[in-house]
Write a protein that binds this ligand. Structure first.
Ligand code: FUC
Length: 770
């Protein structure tokens, strides 16, 4: 507020009086925008092509473009499997079944944990800094991120000259492009330099190219084995380019174009013989052959091919005209339904920008990190966080973005096979609660968190979902061996618990929640059983579809049959453990809700097919409470949507959108920044509008009163279907279902169902329910 006048009103008054100093909203409603530069990193705007990321600060005296490359992690190839584990395993199991949990925890700590005990962190490249000579008397300042074009723009006026900077990271040309222009000739001037926390040097090559070259860091005793380079090639129209000592100065140009390439010597988790110099030189050379207009057009086309597949309209009010940071700060979200749309589309934008075929999967911070030692190493935490990153991929029509995750799982089948053999004497492959660029698979950090062998099995659910949404059999035959190997590990390691003779995991834990006996280490937590039920079912279905492995199918079915069942405890809750410990656990409000996996992302528990268990999930959620970390809220949102409680889901969504859980740049606040909450938010909004589970496609299952009128186009459902839905006065107006591969589907709206058998490419329409 300036002098108590609302900024939008003030801007209007000033523009009418002809002395506008406050910028107006961008024309594209799917934009994040601000009237001041970023001071903090969580105010800067993120661009990325899946591999190369940048955070754009938009300063006037100095622009900071913070750079990332997705293979620049600390360390080098290593194998942390602990050879003492196998010998300790029987004793650990014995202690667990004897109820000596703390003793089991200690023995795991002494004998089974990874060496080293921590994994390698994801690290930053450094910053490109542009210093500008003119920085005073700024008017009409605006910076924005257009989600539809994936371009960040900074624009302002000084002395009657309008300056504009555009930044994007092209998935086509593999460069970050920065264009600087002014609306009067000869006005573009700056000095470009680079800085980094890495061991690196910055030099100037061929008068117009900044080159940063260095080596990655060491961590936990693992030496850095990567070389890296970042190159910034500067071209101008008019003016002069003068090289200096590690910097380049541009003066009196009409415009300038910067092309940035970065690469490391990483070729795979076991091969670091790449040549970043040749890679970056070749990339710059190819991109230099393309003028800005072509770079821009190719970038926008590639982005829109994915981004434009889904449109969402939840209504728009005057609040949508305000700068994004003000909208996030506003405690009452009821008058701003478009903020949820923006959050939804921003999350899709983030997935497209951080996870493209050929690159690394989205890590804890997606792609964006300005630190050498970020929180939790910005790794892949696979006891919820990495999976949550990919929850929106299939339903929001971004199936291609799963490819880096699939490639990582393929690597893990190799490294995880070593850990299975060395630590458990088992076949198949196993991953515990984290992995990194080097595909480490052994338990890390502390038994309380690390002694959980289900990470790989959970990732296999995402592999299956990619098939289930696409029905691509070639893909299924590619990933089936990974699913089978994950199952094999559990055939070899499940043990019979003494009381009921159920087959259970041991040692394991319910991520990362302590039970009443001084640790989390235990046997057969509910989540493990649920994940294994899915894994075995999906393996059986995959083997049937591919017509292979009859004996394996039988073994999977027989093993599945003997897993410990879901149990309802004395408080009416779904039990988190084999025993009814929930109400005695030290943290009943714990952020993880692992045992509710059965309701979401799985559909083993469903309000229609297993109403008693669904009621128990509701009870567990009520006991846990709504308040949690960003991703904890994101998970709760999806769960309340699956319980078909639109009002509660909406309440949780507004908790995610408030400033405690959403930074000014819309990054999710765990806190600190962790991208999973963004992605959990996207899938949660999707689940409120459309659910594809329990054999049906359900329309508007958790529509809140706050969104009485709206529409969505392009959401995907299992079986290769695409849907458009329109609603009015909180009722369905019409829905269109398109079959992409041919097949039958059942649509549900409330108690009404309709069945269709559609040819490939055929549409069906459901009209007029008012
Ligand atoms: C899990 C969570 C933490 C955090 C970390 C990266 O361990 O329990 O909250 O998100 O992953």
């Amino acid at each position: 507020m300036i002098n108590g006048i609302h900024p939008t009103l003030l801007a209007l008054i000033l523009s009418l009086s002809g002395t506008a100093t406050l910028a107006q909203p961008p024309a594209e409603p799917l934009s994040l925008w601000y009237r001041q530069p970023a001071k903090q990193w969580v105010e800067a705007l993120a661009v990325g092509n899946g591999r190369l990321g940048a955070m754009v600060f938009g300063g006037v005296a100095q622009e900071r473009i913070q750079l990332n490359e997705d293979t620049l992690w600390a360390g080098g190839p290593y194998d942390p499997a602990n050879p003492d584990a196998l010998e300790a395993l029987p004793k650990v199991r014995e202690l667990i079944f004897a109820g000596q949990y703390r003793e089991a925890h200690n023995l795991v700590g002494q004998k089974m944990m990874a060496k080293p005990l921590t994994q390698m962190p994801y690290q930053c490249v450094g910053d490109l800094l542009l210093k500008f000579p003119d920085a005073s008397g700024v008017t009409d300042y605006r910076r924005d991120l257009n989600l539809d074009t994936a371009v960040a723009t900074v624009a302002y006026s000084i002395d009657g000259v309008r300056y504009t900077r555009e930044v994007f990271s092209s998935p086509v040309d593999q460069v970050i492009v920065i264009r600087l222009t002014a609306d009067k000739p000869g006005k573009v001037g700056f000095t470009a330099g680079m800085q980094t926390q890495q061991k690196a040097s910055v030099t100037v090559e061929s008068s117009n190219t900044l080159v940063m070259q260095g080596v990655n860091g060491r961590a936990a005793g693992i030496a850095g084995a990567l070389k890296f380079q970042a190159r910034v090639a500067i071209a101008t129209s008019g003016g002069r380019i003068e090289p200096g000592d590690g910097q380049i100065t541009v003066t009196d140009a009409d415009s300038a174009l910067l092309r940035i390439a970065a690469a490391t010597s990483y070729k795979s988790y076991k091969d670091v013989t790449g040549d970043p110099e040749t890679l970056t030189k070749d990339t710059i050379a190819k991109a230099s052959g393309k003028p800005f207009e072509v770079l821009f057009k190719d970038h926008v086309t590639a982005h829109q091919k994915l981004f434009r597949r889904v449109t969402l309209d939840l209504g728009t009010t005057a609040a949508a005209g305000r700068p994004t940071d003000e909208r996030i700060r506003e405690p009452n979200k009821a008058n701003d339904p478009q903020l949820a749309t923006l959050y939804f589309q921003f999350g899709r934008y983030l997935l497209i920008s951080s996870s493209r075929p050929g690159g690394q999967p989205a890590n804890l911070q997606g792609l964006w990190n300005d630190s050498m030692n970020p929180p939790w190493g910005s790794k892949y935490t696979i006891n919820i966080n990495t999976e949550m990153n990919y929850w929106p991929a299939e339903p929001t029509n971004l199936g291609e973005c799963v490819e880096p995750l699939v490639a990582m799982v393929m690597d893990l089948t190799e490294t995880g096979a070593r850990t299975a053999k060395i630590c458990y004497g088992a076949g198949g492959w196993v991953v515990h609660h984290n992995t990194d660029l080097w595909r480490a698979t052994a338990p890390i950090d502390d038994p309380q968190f690390g002694m959980w062998p289900l990470g790989g099995a959970w990732l296999c659910l995402q592999l299956w979902d990619h098939y289930d949404y696409s029905r691509d059999k070639d893909y299924l035959s590619r990933v089936y061996p990974a699913m089978k190997g994950a199952a094999q590990f559990f055939f070899d390691t499940l043990v019979e618990e003494p009381k009921h003779k159920w087959l259970v995991t041991s040692p394991s834990l319910s991520p990362e929640n302590g039970h009443p006996f001084g640790t989390s280490v235990c046997a057969g937590p509910t989540m493990d059983m649920q994940i294994l039920r899915d894994l075995f079912s999906n393996c059986i279905r995959a083997a049937e579809i591919l017509g292979v492995d009859e004996d394996f199918r039988k073994q999977a079915a027989a093993t599945r049959q003997r897993l410990a069942p879901n149990q309802i405890g004395s408080a009416g809750q779904l039990q988190e453990w084999l025993e009814d410990w929930d109400m005695k656990a030290p943290e009943i409000h714990h952020r993880h809700v692992s045992h509710l996996y059965g309701l979401y992302p799985s559909d083993q528990i469903h309000v229609r097919t297993t109403p008693d268990l669904a009621a128990a999930v509701r009870k567990s959620l009520e006991i846990r409470g709504d308040e949690a970390t960003g991703w904890g809220i994101g998970w709760r949102l999806n769960l309340w949507a699956r319980l078909h409680d639109g009002e509660h889901a909406y309440t949780i969504l507004t908790m995610l959108l408030r400033s405690e859980r959403t930074y000014p740049n819309m990054f999710d606040a765990h806190p600190p920044f962790q991208i999973d909450g963004n992605f959990g938010g996207v899938s949660g909004i999707g689940e409120m509008i459309l659910q594809s589970c329990a054999g049906e496609i359900e329309l508007l299952p958790a529509l809140p009163k706050a969104w009485p009128n709206g529409s969505v186009k392009g959401l995907r459902a299992r079986g290769g279907f695409e849907l458009d839905i329109q609603w009015k006065d909180s009722k369905l107006v019409n829905a269109t279902v398109r079959s992409l591969v041919g097949g039958s589907c059942r649509l549900r709206y409330g108690v009404i169902t309709k069945d269709w058998n559609l040819e490939k490419g055929q549409n069906a329409q459901w009209d007029g329910i008012q």
